[in-house]
Design a protein around this ligand. Structure first.
Ligand code: FES
Length: 509
């Protein structure tokens, strides 16, 4: 295994090579950069791989520009089984044509005795609706690239035999608590809790799997823009949620931790792991601050160029948010009810002055200028960021604005998962999926009656609300979201294998 930075690695076996999650270009409005700098690696050679695995669509795992330029388009993509085709579509857009569509939790045998299994997680809170882990076996040596996925347990992997290498996330990848408008002492206390919880969760997974070797990966990012520099864990703050690999090794009670720098190579057998590093590990982490400062200088022009592309003053932000969000508010049952109150966006000029306040009124199902009403959440961010989101038609504000940490937030009451789930689902397909997912978690998932038939309310394809999208014609149900059809007498899907629907003739009155 060659470490290629952040969550990325290249796995080489005599039966072929797998490149995982290569990420080099800054993500989320130029706020996140890979740490340590991996841009100097020989990406032409690394990208000449047999298989590509992109775990999910977060931009620190899916780097379109890098994939387009450096990764061999003859590589076969090992595709997780996600409910939507967005990952496949975006990979096709950058030029990949060969796909192995894996089935979640099933082992697939590739040529030459290489075996892979991908476990796909599909709840609205997993990644941008989807996160996954890759298990690989060759010649009795097994590794699990758990990445930043959070399965309930690791039993499906453990039952396939002892795992030799376990690679998993240990550091922060979120905006909490740094962006919250809280007294510094409270922020430090919450940050410390978060940092401890991240380590505890990682240690629990490690203890569950009991692999021979443990590799801390998938973070932390580093922040090279002056505005975000304070988020780097170089100031000795106990409330910083972005500890690096050397901190992991200090905290980790086990002695089988292995750190990979970009360019480190770990050679794994059933009973050994030998690692060669491109530079002395201890010296590298001791000089972290100077590494970051030099990296910042190299990236200054990149950040400036990105910043110059955000402003689109011709965009009417209120009209744009209304057009994108109001139809979704109208369709939203679970998410809107879960948010339960208005959410305000205070938009500032680059100097920090609020120039416009826009309210997303979840109960009133409306987007309008804010008066002085009480709100559940308040976000403050530069207007030009929202202009850019509207300009590019971004359907996931978590995987763009919120992960950028280029905002501040205040809230009344507890954390509300639904707020972020909603702003991750700013397209009809995603919203319907998330709504259906929450609905299906209810023990008594609802049925509806239409055209003389009683059937499940949520489409068996991607969970559209069939009270809105369903049409019954004789014994056939059509869901208009993607045009799939079902035979209501048998429940059989006429468009695809599987996807049966629960249906029966409606009771006579
Ligand atoms: S959600 Fe795709 S056809 Fe219904």
């Amino acid at each position: 295994m060659t470490g290629t930075g952040h969550a990325s690695m290249r796995i080489d076996t005599p039966a072929g090579s797998i490149l995982c999650d290569p990420w080099v270009n800054p993500a989320y409005f130029a706020s996140w950069f890979p740490f340590p700098d991996n841009s100097q690696l020989d990406w032409e050679a690394l990208g000449d791989c047999d298989y590509l695995y992109v775990s999910h669509l977060h931009r620190d795992h899916f780097d379109a520009e890098h994939l387009k330029r450096f990764v061999n388009k003859r590589a076969t993509v090992l595709l997780p089984e996600y409910p939507t085709s967005q990952l496949e579509d975006e990979l096709r857009d950058v030029g990949f044509t060969r796909f192995l569509k894996t089935l979640s939790d099933e082992v697939h045998e590739l040529d030459g005795g290489l075996k892979v299994m991908i476990q796909a997680l599909v709840s609205p809170t997993d990644g941008p609706i989807g996160d996954s882990s890759l298990w690989v076996e060759y010649d009795g040596v097994r590794l699990l690239n758990q990445n930043d996925a959070r399965p309930a347990d690791l039993s499906r992997f453990a039952e396939l035999g002892h795992v030799h290498a376990h690679l998993l996330q240990f550091s922060g990848a979120i905006w909490y608590p740094m962006v919250y408008e809280l007294p510094e002492a409270a922020k430090t206390a919450f940050g410390k809790q978060k940092r401890d919880r991240q380590f505890d969760r990682t240690f629990r997974y490690i203890d569950d799997l009991k692999a021979s070797w443990v590799f801390p990966i998938a973070g932390p990012p580093c922040f090279l823009d002056e505005e975000l520099w304070r988020f780097n864990d170089i100031f000795g703050e106990e409330g910083n949620i972005f500890p690096d690999q050397s901190e992991f090794v200090k905290e980790y009670p086990g002695s089988n931790g292995v750190v990979l720098l970009p360019g480190s190579v770990a050679t794994l057998t059933a009973d050994s792991c030998e690692t060669a590093h491109p530079t002395d590990l201890e010296a590298f982490f001791a000089n972290k601050e100077s590494h970051l400062k030099a990296y910042r200088e190299r990236q200054r022009a990149v950040i400036e160029r990105e910043k110059a592309s955000w402003a689109h003053p011709e965009i009417d932000v209120l009209a744009g948010m209304k057009a994108q969000i109001e139809p979704l508010l109208d369709e939203s049952v679970y998410l809107a009810k879960g948010v339960g109150g208005p959410v305000r966006f205070d938009l500032t000029d680059p100097g920090g002055e609020v120039v416009e306040s826009i309210l997303v009124d979840f109960p009133g199902k409306e987007v309008r200028h804010a008066a002085d009403e009480k709100v559940r959440y308040r976000f403050k961010t530069q207007r030009r960021l929202i202009e850019h989101l509207l300009y590019v038609g971004e359907g996931d504000w978590v995987n763009s604005l919120f992960l950028s940490c280029r905002f501040s937030a205040a809230r009344i009451g507890q954390y509300n998962e639904f707020v972020y789930a909603f702003f991750k689902c700013l397209s009809e397909e995603r919203l319907q999926y998330a709504e259906g997912w929450y609905e299906s978690q209810r023990p008594d998932a609802e049925d509806i009656v239409m055209g003389g038939w009683k059937f499940q309310r949520r489409c068996a394809h991607l969970k559209a609300d069939l009270t809105r999208f369903g049409i019954v014609d004789g014994g056939t149900l059509t869901c208009q979201l993607h045009g799939w059809k079902w035979d209501l007498a048998s429940g059989r899907c006429l468009t695809s294998v599987g996807h049966e629907i629960r249906s029966e003739p409606a009771p006579q009155r």
